[in-house]
Design a protein around this ligand. Structure first.
Ligand code: F6R
Length: 614
């Protein structure tokens, strides 16, 4: 999704900082980028289709290097193809203002007609450009920038975060606003800043304000002035963010994704260990909402999430139903929000999201809340919209996830589900103290097992197996029970970064149709670990082999490995924790497959890290 940055400084140059901020937002996915710099009487815009390095070539003449104010943008195309003309910032042609936008203006066609009839000249195919003309028209009527933005936004329907800059008496003014996508602002004595993510601001400060929907912010060095869309002042807390820039960098690995895979043992420790009450065999979540009375009153849980986060939720369903005896429904958030869900009273909605800003997940959560469900969430980003709108939150302490393909956040989400299942089970008396202790001991022991798994030996083995199948037309990933969602996740990882067709399937469903696709030599990844369905999965392996499929078995079931053509062994652990180990070779498999095919691993084509539009 698009990324926004903006800065207005008392005395220093800001271009370098803006480019640095845009680089921090690269993980969101983009196809073009640009900056508008404000100095003296005229606005200078530079924008380019392609990567930031292309934009930097344009800036290499140094003409804008001294400007004290500017806005920048990475664009992920929605309206209009990726091109120099459609790249942001956009302007109304007055040479006094420029604007960047993340989101969608739904009524842009009718506004475009109206503005064109009034003489506005449009130079791009974007929906954004109507905003520049609306704001420009108000500025031309003599309004101040904040007022011009306020009046313009009243005309707009949609979903947006914007940053607008204009020259007033030769002085740059910066205003931003939010109705949907995330926006963070900050002011030090020296500089006023805005960005789509705190990462873009960390170079300057860690004390930030998360802008709420319906806020308009005027930014200046030493001053943040926030009002609502009707101009009434509002107060927002300043929050201290403890992520540092180093945490968001690659730390010596060639790709963020590989670094993030290797971080998973630590992510387990950070997400779980401080919450474990060893003596009580229970879990202590910080913050309210997880007390016995509340959890005992719950009748059902509705999980809403997208992509990888939904796969974590599907594992959560097995865990919660088995360990706590509470019924769980799982829905793609994008489906849930448009059906008429019949929801049981005394239920909770559990939104799972790495970013906490996914549009579909948010909408599904809001819908369930309107229907009377208590909103709970599992989320990785403190201060994100999902977190702010939840009654109770389990923060996953995965740290910033930069690689577009989610790895460590998935592991953290599954751990959070496991902890939640234990807490629920203990609260409702389904688990005894001893059972709780044993489950939590197993989780503690998993850190060393993960460390033992993520070694050069495994990496080499997975790389060798991946190399055998570089020309394969398609893959199946099969699993059952708690490892069925792991099969879905393994297939998703391969599709998104290697661009190879891969299908995740419930192994027992193969014979009801998909088995027809199996040809001699087709790679079939089968995930199997000791547990209640291990022998059933072995039968499924036999069925695949009988049709000539090349079986790659992943897991701790030795008998499956004996049947397979290739075996990737993982350490043994309890059935309920096996997804956390089994997913690792699948992440590495996707990584090495993509690497050998020369794909852009951290920024796969067409994908965005944070999907803030529908
Ligand atoms: C896949 C991936 C996506 C996200 C999905 C939800 O690797 O990252 O499928 O899981 O877009 O994103 P969040 O978790 O931010 O709501």
């Amino acid at each position: 999704m698009c990324g926004i940055v903006g800065a207005v400084s008392r005395s220093g140059a800001v271009l370098e900082g803006l480019i640095d901020g845009l680089r921090k937002l690269e993980y969101r996915g983009y196809d073009s980028c640009g900056v508008a710099m404000f100095e003296g009487e005229a606005v200078q815009i530079r924008r380019k289709v392609g990567r930031l390095s292309e934009l930097e070539k344009l800036l290499a003449d140094g003409a804008l290097a001294g400007a004290r104010a500017g806005i920048g943008h990475t664009r992920w195309a929605t309206h209009g193809k990726p091109s120099d003309e459609n790249a942001h910032p956009h302007t109304d042609g007055s040479g006094r203002m420029a604007l960047v936008h993340n989101g969608i203006i739904e009524n842009y066609l009718e506004l475009r007609e109206e503005l064109s009839a009034g003489g506005a000249v449009f130079r791009s195919e974007t929906d954004t450009e109507v905003l520049t003309h609306l704001v420009g028209r108000e500025l031309a009527r003599g309004r101040g920038l904040a007022e011009a933005v306020r009046l313009s936004l009243k005309r707009v329907q949609g979903y947006y975060a914007i940053a607008v800059m204009a020259l007033e008496n030769g002085q740059p003014r910066l205003v931003c606003a939010r109705q949907g996508p995330p926006l963070v602002v900050a002011a030090t004595n020296e500089i006023g800043l805005c960005g789509s993510d705190v990462l873009a601001l960390l170079k300057y400060t860690r004390d930030v304000v998360f802008v709420e929907d319906g806020d308009i912010v005027e930014l200046a060095p030493g001053r943040l002035s926030i009002t609502d869309f009707d101009g009434r002042p509002v107060t927002r807390a300043v929050r201290h963010v403890d992520w540092d820039e180093e945490a968001a960098s690659k730390g010596g690995y060639p790709h963020h994704m590989l670094k993030e895979i290797h971080e998973q043992p630590d992510v387990l420790a950070r997400t779980a260990f401080d919450r474990i009450l060893q003596v009580e065999g229970d879990v202590d979540f910080e913050g309210p909402g997880f007390d016995d009375a509340r959890l005992c009153a719950l009748e059902r849980i509705q999980v809403v999430a997208c992509g990888t986060a939904l796969h974590a939720g599907m594992i959560g369903k097995y865990l919660i139903e088995n360990l706590a005896g509470v019924a769980v429904d799982c829905d793609y958030a994008s489906e849930f929000r448009y059906r008429e869900p019949v929801l049981a009273p005394r239920s909770a909605v559990l939104a799972i999201s790495q970013s906490g800003e996914t549009a579909d997940t948010l909408a599904a959560m809001r819908l369930a809340r309107e229907r009377g469900l208590a909103p709970l969430s599992i989320c990785n980003v403190q201060g994100s919209t999902v977190v702010r709108e939840s009654e109770a939150v389990i923060l996953t302490h995965a740290g910033p996830e930069i690689g577009v393909a989610s790895t460590k956040a998935f592991v953290a989400q599954v751990i959070a589900c496991y902890l939640f299942a234990v807490r629920l089970g203990r609260a409702r008396g389904k688990l005894s103290v001893e059972q709780g202790r044993e489950l939590l001991d197993e989780l503690r022991r998993l850190r060393a097992r993960l460390e033992g798994l993520i070694t050069e030996k495994t990496v080499d083995q997975v790389r060798a197996v991946a190399a055998k199948h570089l020309k394969a037309k398609g893959f199946f990933f099969l699993g059952r029970g708690v490892n069925f969602p792991v099969a879905l996740e393994g297939a998703l990882k391969l599709k998104e970064i290697s661009y190879v067709h891969a299908e995740g399937y419930a192994a027992g469903e193969m014979k009801h149709g998909p088995i027809a696709l199996i040809e001699p030599g087709m790679p079939i990844v089968v995930i199997n670990s000791p547990g209640r369905v291990a022998d059933k999965v072995r039968s499924n392996i036999e069925q695949v082999k009988a049709r000539g499929g090349h079986v790659i078995s992943v897991g701790a079931d030795e008998a499956s490995h004996k049947l397979a053509d290739d075996a990737i062994r993982v350490p043994a652990c309890s059935e309920w924790l096996s997804p956390l180990l089994n997913v690792v070779p699948l992440q590495l498999f996707a990584y090495h497959h993509a690497l050998a095919r020369g794909c852009d691993i951290d920024k796969p084509r067409n994908l965005a890290k944070s999907v803030t539009v529908e």
